[in-house]
Design a protein around this ligand. Structure first.
Ligand SMILES: NC(=O)c1ccc[n+]([C@@H]2O[C@H](COP(=O)([O-])OP(=O)(O)OC[C@H]3O[C@@H](n4cnc5c(N)ncnc54)[C@H](O)[C@@H]3O)[C@@H](O)[C@H]2O)c1
Length: 290
């Protein structure tokens, strides 16, 4: 198969990531089927995409006709068999739960035509740990997008232990076709490149704050002005959700036993108090005051 043979894309999981992966593909002219467990979630996802694209129309960067055409290319279908039955390429973007992902890949292996490529958007789990039980192991890879997908250009394409060169190249080319910038990770490693680097940076930032060397606000200022990052590690943690960060660290600790990756007490205290960042109005910063 070649990237030109991809006509129909299916995205499974219409949450934060899947909704926008589907929309980004449609904006690039692909016919996309978006799947989730029920029609209400799909309707919410489509409404969210409409709201985002409407802002582009308001700013004059997109016409109303382009908006309707791009939304019209995403078909919401809650029946997985109908959604994935004719797909040439499937992006998996369901919860970060290994068992759920493994079951889904098993079903997709049964439902999809033999040529279909299956790609996971997991933030941490390598593809070989998700597709052990399926037949088309060579046609599976990680394609890791960043939040928010409609804005963030990077896609990490990760070649798993069974991924064929052809599959990896098709994932890479498809990412380019949908207006993203891929990087190729040639050997699979949990959490890939960006999140591994970020984890080290943010763990150091947490350690400095926890031990009273500097406040989270000053550390954020230092990272922004001294390293040129657009956000400091604490701002970014609030933006992504402290529960997400906590779970990612727990998961990686469980998998690797690396002591340094354990969630810091500062993070545990905030999560236990229900302060999860922007989405709850409070995290390292207080968003309700603004
Ligand atoms: N949120 C982020 O910043 C981010 C960034 C990069 C990667 N990721 C990864 O992307 C994936 C999705 O994350 P998210 O933040 O979009 O999650 P989310 O919770 O917003 O959405 C997950 C969606 O999957 C649906 N779902 C669950 N099981 C399903 C099934 N069997 N079939 C169909 N739909 C199902 C849920 O109903 C939900 O709508 C995860 O693997 C996550 O690690 C997340």
């Amino acid at each position: 198969m070649k990237v030109d043979d991809i006509k129909r894309i299916c995205v499974v999981g219409a949450g934060t990531m899947g909704s926008q992966i589907a929309q980004q593909c449609a904006l690039s002219g692909y016919d996309v089927v978006l799947n989730d467990v029920n029609d209400e979630l799909l309707a919410k996802s489509i409404a969210g995409n409409r709201a985002i694209l409407t802002r582009r129309v308001d700013k004059g960067t997109m016409t109303k006709e382009e908006l309707e055409a791009a939304l019209g290319r995403v078909a919401p279908i809650s029946d997985l068999e109908k959604a994935a039955g004719e797909a040439d390429f499937v992006f998996e973007a369901i919860y970060e739960n290994r068992q759920a992902k493994r079951e889904l890949f098993g079903k997709l292996d049964e439902i999809c035509p033999p040529h279909t490529i299956l790609a996971s958007n997991s933030s941490t789990m390598v593809i070989s740990s998700l597709v052990e039980g399926i037949k088309r192991k060579d046609k599976a890879a990680n394609t890791h997008f960043f939040h928010p997908v409609l804005v963030m250009k990077l896609v990490e394409v990760v070649k798993g232990q069974w991924t064929s060169e052809e599959t990896a190249q098709i994932c890479y080319e498809l990412a380019k076709r949908i207006g993203r910038t891929p990087i190729m990770i040639h050997k699979e490693i949990t959490s890939f490149v960006v999140n591994r680097i970020l984890a080290k940076l943010s763990q150091e930032a947490f350690w400095l704050a926890e031990n009273g060397y500097a406040t989270p606000r000053d550390i954020d200022t230092a990272v922004k002005l001294g390293l040129g990052h657009p956000m400091g590690p604490f701002e970014l943690a609030d933006f992504s959700g402290l529960d997400i960060l906590y779970n990612a660290r727990q998961q990686r600790y469980k998998e690797t036993g690396e002591e340094w990756v354990k969630p810091s007490q500062l993070l545990i205290d905030l999560v236990q108090a229900g302060h999860l960042g922007r989405k709850t109005g409070k995290g390292f910063y207080d968003y309700e005051k603004k």
